[in-house]
Design a protein around this ligand. Sequence first.
Ligand code: SAM
Ligand code: DTB
Ligand code: SF4
Length: 337
Amino acid sequence: MKADQAPTLAPAADARRRNAVPWTVDEVARLFELPFNDLLFRAQQVHREHFDPNAIQLSTLLSIKTGGCEEDCKYCPQSAHFDTGLEAGKLLPLDEVLHAARAAKASGATRFCMGAAWRSPKERHIEVIGEMISGVKAIGLETCLTAGMLADGQAEQLREAGLDYYNHNLDTAPEFYGQIITTRTYQDRLDTLERVRNVGLKVCAGGIVGMGETRRHRAGLIVQLANLDPYPESVPINNLVQVEGTPLAGSEELDPFEFVRTVAVARICMPQAMVRLSAGREQMPETMQSLCFLAGANSMFYGDRLLTTGNPQTAKDRDLLERLGMQCVPEERLKGA
Ligand code: SAM
Ligand code: DTB
Ligand code: SF4
């Protein structure tokens, strides 16, 4: 996106959130190659320049429309192309969504993220989702939606309903993407992100690691995200959750230190983004999660489920944060440490 197409952020914030010189894959690959302690030290330094290092923002997810998706993302339990035993559902009724949002607020989340297993939403969906968004806002939560590709005009309708964030992941490097998804292109994803940005919605875009990609592919994903202009406000880093029946079940697991490195590199390349420790936390030892916080992760999904798979119990997460002396705060209170 060019500067003259970006009327949405206040000029000062806008200028701060641009990488003046685009990152190259070689440069980012060199960050990955630093000794682990040097990389973490550097990431923590960058983190402290912009954020309170002992605070974290919590978002709760709800799958508002589960399964039966026409896309063929090889990691995804919700794709109709694979038999994962998941029962497909209809769009949830408004009262069920608002009930879940009230529960999320009561347990300490500040943002409620609604996920729909669609290639892209239909016009009639946008209207119903608009009611969900305004209802969730009225409860006093920030709102995020992930519902696939958006057509012209849809991002605007969502913003008018009060949506704060739209999540749409690039998932991996362009060079590896074709091995994971064949039903939509990388450019489709970039186009949706541009539509979201152009109407002034905040962008949540990240990816998944542990899908058999190389370190250079991980660097390539970070480069794509960091060179978005401006880069996303929120960057979810997912560790593949292997679900039986998906083509990626049984993949070789990523070295945990490589996951932590990916978080650190995301922090260095997108200094003011919220870096979100996302899928895969249930399988991660708490020591590894704490290394991710040290590497600059400052938000996570909180609640007993992600969309269709598990997440640590809220009581366990609260205990972890207490043992680490970390406070849960809304996003605006994390900044300007
Ligand atoms: N259907 C919409 C889309 O793909 O844009 C929204 C929902 S989709 C489930 C949201 C994101 O969840 C995906 O982009 C992917 O990054 C992540 N995801 C899905 N399955 C996952 C898995 N098994 N492990 C880790 N992340 C996963
Ligand atoms: C994101 O990057 N990760 C979340 C959220 N955005 C929507 C979803 C993770 C899904 C993990 C698999 C599942 O629970 O179905
Ligand atoms: Fe569908 Fe999203 Fe899953 Fe891909 S990641 S199969 S688009 S629900």
